[in-house]
Write a protein that binds this ligand. Structure first.
Ligand SMILES: [Zn+2]
Length: 393
């Protein structure tokens, strides 16, 4: 019953909000050498188009696709239908999704919304393009990043807006290859369709909304798990400053799940690390600082000139926001926060949403001087599609 209710709700969202929406092309399994996959129609109805032909797919049909030199071989129920340059699986109903199962069992299967286009890439591997409703893609990315974090739709709304910003800032990243985004971290990690109702609602309820700076330009919307109570300037992590990514006090992250951490390091390893970096650890004041380093008064950028981001990386620390304390033969690092600390703290944002702040207020808090604005996303995709078509001529 619960599942039925959930499916009906998803179908309702699909029906009420999807009309006339623009689709984008996302290359799935982009970083995987895929030679053979099965296609399974999981929900709804599909037809397959190959060459001049098309046929409806039955739920029980076993469909295989194999890379054969520069063509895709299509097999239906173990009989070879032929080899084609392009094979498309087109959804026929209001809500449809399919399963892709690579023959290489070390590569995970995935469920995807809407359509699938299959061709061959320059390395003679299968090129699988998920032609998908923009908002469904955004929901998929949000779910890959925030699975199970909360049930608060407002949080997913603002997370969806961040994903949409990235999408539209990078919409032409792959036009030379004939698609908009890849599913790898090169673009945004996308592991298939979202099935958490709140995530889907968040994406569709924020349709066309993006975040812009005071000049009206789309901004980089960076986020991390928890700021530890104070966010970081972007230039302190990546050397490039942005007016909307400036460090600020963030009480909303305090006390949340990933707020505090501890790590113990052997004192001799700690000292040797700094010695190897050219620090004179025999100096009394340095010796003292090595076990009493503190950021209680606020975040610092370095220890004896060594950037904290480097120290974080070398010791695998959760954040750069830590204090030191002598602990027997070890040094105890008492830290706050999780992640790089730049931009939005996800746990802080969840806390703000739970306290009743509007999603745009959360965005304005974490991205200094920014505003939420509606843009004509469908028009932008249309323009890009023209470029893709021209490029393929
Ligand atoms: Zn990419």
């Amino acid at each position: 019953m619960k599942l039925l209710k959930k499916l009906l709700l998803i179908a309702f969202i699909g029906f009420s909000l999807v009309s006339n929406a623009q689709k984008i092309n996302v290359r799935i399994y982009a970083a995987k050498p895929i030679k053979e996959v099965s296609f399974v129609s999981s929900f709804g109805r599909y037809k397959v188009k190959f060459g001049e032909n098309e046929t409806n797919i039955q739920k029980t049909d076993i469909i295989k696709l194999r890379a054969k030199d520069d063509k895709v071989e299509l097999l239906i129920n173990d009989s070879i239908i032929g080899k084609y340059k392009n094979i498309s699986f087109l959804s026929q109903g209001l809500m449809n999704f399919f399963l892709v199962r690579p023959s290489d069992s070390t590569i995970k299967e995935g469920r995807y919304d809407d359509n699938l286009m299959v061709s061959i890439d320059s390395k003679n591997r299968l090129k699988l393009i998920n032609n998908i409703e923009t908002e469904s893609y955004i929901a998929g990315v949000v779910q890959a990043e925030t699975w199970g974090a909360t049930k608060n739709v407002d949080f997913f709304k603002l997370q969806a807006i961040c994903v949409r910003n990235y999408l539209f800032m990078n919409i032409n990243k792959h036009i030379k290859q004939g698609y908009h985004m890849c599913d790898d971290v090169h673009c945004q990690a996308y592991k298939g369709r979202a099935n958490q109702v709140e995530v889907i609602q968040g994406a569709y309820n924020s349709k066309s909304e993006v975040i812009v700076d005071s000049a009206g330009n789309l901004i980089e919307t960076l986020f991390h798990s928890n700021s530890g109570g104070e966010t970081v300037n972007s230039e302190d992590v990546w050397s490039k400053p942005f007016s909307h990514l400036v460090g600020k006090k963030d009480s909303f992250s305090v006390g949340m799940k990933a707020y505090e951490w501890e790590k113990y390091i052997k004192l001799k390893d700690w000292r040797r690390y700094f010695k190897d970096k050219g620090v004179n650890i025999k100096d009394d004041s340095i010796k003292n600082e090595l076990i009493n380093f503190s950021q209680k008064e606020g975040r610092k950028k370095d220890m004896f000139g060594i950037p904290l981001v480097q120290i974080r990386k070398d010791f695998g620390l959760r954040s750069t926001f830590f204090d030191c304390q002598e602990w027997g033969s070890e040094v105890k690092l008492k830290g706050r926060g999780y992640g790089h600390g730049v931009g939005m703290s996800q746990e802080g944002a969840i806390n703000m949403c739970d306290q009743g702040f509007e999603y745009w207020q959360v965005i304005e808090f974490y991205f200094t001087g920014s505003k939420v604005k509606r843009i004509e996303t469908d028009k932008i995709i249309n323009n890009i599609n023209e470029l893709i078509i021209n490029d393929n001529k």
